[in-house]
Write a protein of this length. Structure first.
Length: 256
């Protein structure tokens, strides 16, 4: 809007510390998701009214509204169980797969799969390693649904909050332990909700196996994997993050 031009330099490295535990990762993702939607509310109307080319407006719209996808994922989580258990009738069979389930899965999953695949290739992980990483990354993204949906809703309804920085533990080398470095962990009920939904999708997966619905399993397995990993790691690492002060003194004495 100001006429500036930017150059993207992928080989310029900025040293930074990545989150080392799940709660720190969720804090970071919550802040990023909320900040993007706040930026969307503030700047997108001006961009759309500007004389910029349509392709620029379209790119800005897609970029700034990306995190609304978490609300759509939340809707998918609520509707997936009833949709799978809905009797299709013997005459539907493969016709339902070709005309309904297949196109919906491709529309919902192909773009994000290509997005993650291109990101992995850009990191020079190699073709097969990139391919194997896609289900892992997608499962983690699904596991963040409640965390980031909360952030999006807060931004949409103008709920202001303090800037919550990502916990940093000063981990510089393999073998260093973050548990001995006291830091306030995230509170809240979201991890319990994630475990509940993970358990629900695990039951739904078992039901599909019992019914012989094998074609649904590759996609469905992403949900219990993502929710249970995010939820259980949040609870376990939250407990580990609070080290008793007496234990901290013992650790400091031992190091000295």
């Amino acid at each position: 809007l100001k006429g500036w031009r930017f150059v993207f330099l992928p080989d310029v490295v900025t040293p930074a510390e990545l989150p080392v535990d799940c709660n720190a990762f969720k804090t970071q993702q919550h802040r990023w998701a909320k900040g993007l939607i706040q930026t969307c509310r503030k700047t997108l109307p001006t961009i759309l009214r500007s004389p910029l080319p349509l392709r620029v407006k379209l790119e800005a719209f897609v970029h700034l509204t990306a995190n609304f996808g978490y609300l759509l994922m939340l809707g998918l989580c609520l509707l997936l169980g009833p949709a799978i258990r809905l009797p299709a009738g013997p005459e539907w069979g493969w016709m339902r797969l070709l005309l309904l389930d297949g196109p919906i899965f491709i529309a919902a999953g192909l773009s994000v799969t290509l997005f993650y695949f291109c990101a992995q290739i850009e990191l020079r992980r190699g073709f097969w390693k990139s391919l194997l990483m896609i289900p892992v990354v997608m499962a983690v993204g699904i596991g963040l649904t409640f965390n980031n949906s909360k952030a999006v809703l807060e931004a949409m309804f103008g709920r202001r909050s303090e800037f919550t920085r990502t916990p940093k533990y000063g981990i510089r080398a393999a073998g260093e332990r973050w548990q001995s470095k006291k830091y306030g962990a995230m509170r809240g009920l979201l991890p319990y909700l994630e475990v509940v939904f993970g358990t629900y999708f695990a039951w739904l997966t078992a039901w599909c196996i019992a019914q012989g619905a094998w074609i649904s399993l590759p996609f469905l397995l992403l949900f219990p994997s993502g929710f249970l990993w995010i939820g259980l790691m949040s609870l376990l690492q939250r407990r580990a993050a609070f080290v008793p002060e007496a234990h901290l003194r013992d650790l400091r004495t031992a190091r000295a």
